[in-house]
Ligand binder design. Structure first.
Ligand code: GUN
Length: 284
């Protein structure tokens, strides 16, 4: 049976490291501050934003919440971002996605000052991720790499199947794995031979958002299986893309859902906010 990679445990360790660094900055009179914007009342977004605020509290950072109504215009949102970009007290800005349909996501993400873009969604930061010299890391993919490193999993020369090609997970995940010398195949809904690719992969990272997509017959013995997705099963229980009970018998390492990748995203967000603060204050 595979070893379970405990996201809660690793995330707590990362947050403690950030907390120590925040204490040192505070002694120099600097308190990192994260501004979080949420538009509308999507319940999942509300939970994520609350968790981000809790993590700020835990690590000793200041957090500001801007909860805007569903009817907020794009112009109003852009004006708020402008103000936060100019506010010297604010080190990180995060606009929770998805945004209401009347607002163009790309325009909003491009408005966030790259040095305060703690999600690393701005094209300039995406470019740095591509080049491999990013200071601000994509939260979920970097969280996955933290988990692999913590578990001492060697990535060099390993074959890695990434399922999903989103800008938030799949594409930046591929870049980070290539930088670690893995040989990467990015799969998606149009991929014809998915199970053939996964069966030949040392590492499988799934972010498709489809329950039971990855079954035991698609996984080779001893593979590392990372499940990024959060879905609900027919009983309303949280589950990922992986048929966890059966796949864990074949995998060498596996992440559960919940308690796997999810908590890591927030701990990388805290790391990014710390890094943004240091860099804005000439400390990095
Ligand atoms: N919605 C789902 N995931 C994310 C994320 O990582 N950042 C933001 N801002 N919104 C999200």
């Amino acid at each position: 049976m595979g070893k379970i990679i405990d996201g809660n445990l690793i995330s707590a360790k990362v947050k403690d490291e950030v907390k120590n660094e925040v204490e040192k900055l505070k002694m120099k009179g600097i308190t990192p501050c994260l501004a979080v914007i949420i538009v509308g009342s999507d319940p999942a977004s509300r939970v994520y934003v609350n968790n981000k605020k809790k993590a700020c509290e835990y690590t000793g950072m200041k957090s500001l919440e801007f909860a805007l109504p569903e009817e907020t215009s794009q112009e109003e949102l852009l004006n708020l971002i402008d103000k936060l970009n100019e506010d010297k007290q604010v080190n990180g800005i995060l606009c929770q996605l998805p945004l209401p349909k009347s607002i163009d996501e790309e325009t909003v993400l491009n408005k966030i000052a790259p040095e305060k873009d703690v999600d690393a969604f701005h094209p300039l930061n995406v470019g740095h991720i591509m080049i491999g010299d990013a200071k601000l890391l994509p939260c979920t993919p970097a969280g996955v790499v933290e988990m692999l490193d913590y578990s001492n999993i060697d990535l060099k020369g390993k074959t890695c199947a990434i399922i999903g090609r989103s800008n938030i997970v799949g594409k930046p995940m591929a870049m980070l794995m290539v930088q670690r010398d893995a040989t990467v195949t990015v799969c998606h809904s149009k991929t014809k031979n998915l199970s053939e690719i996964t069966r030949n992969s040392d590492i499988i990272i799934s972010s498709a958002g489809r329950k039971n997509l990855i079954t035991a017959d698609m996984v080779k013995d001893g593979a590392v299986v990372i499940d990024v997705s959060i879905n609900r099963d027919e009983n309303g229980k949280l589950c990922g893309d992986v048929d966890y009970e059966n796949v864990k018998e074949k995998a060498s390492y596996i992440t559960p859902v919940p308690g796997g990748v999810g908590p890591m995203t927030i701990s990388v967000l805290m790391k990014n906010t710390l890094m943004a603060t240091k860099s804005q204050n000439g400390e990095a």
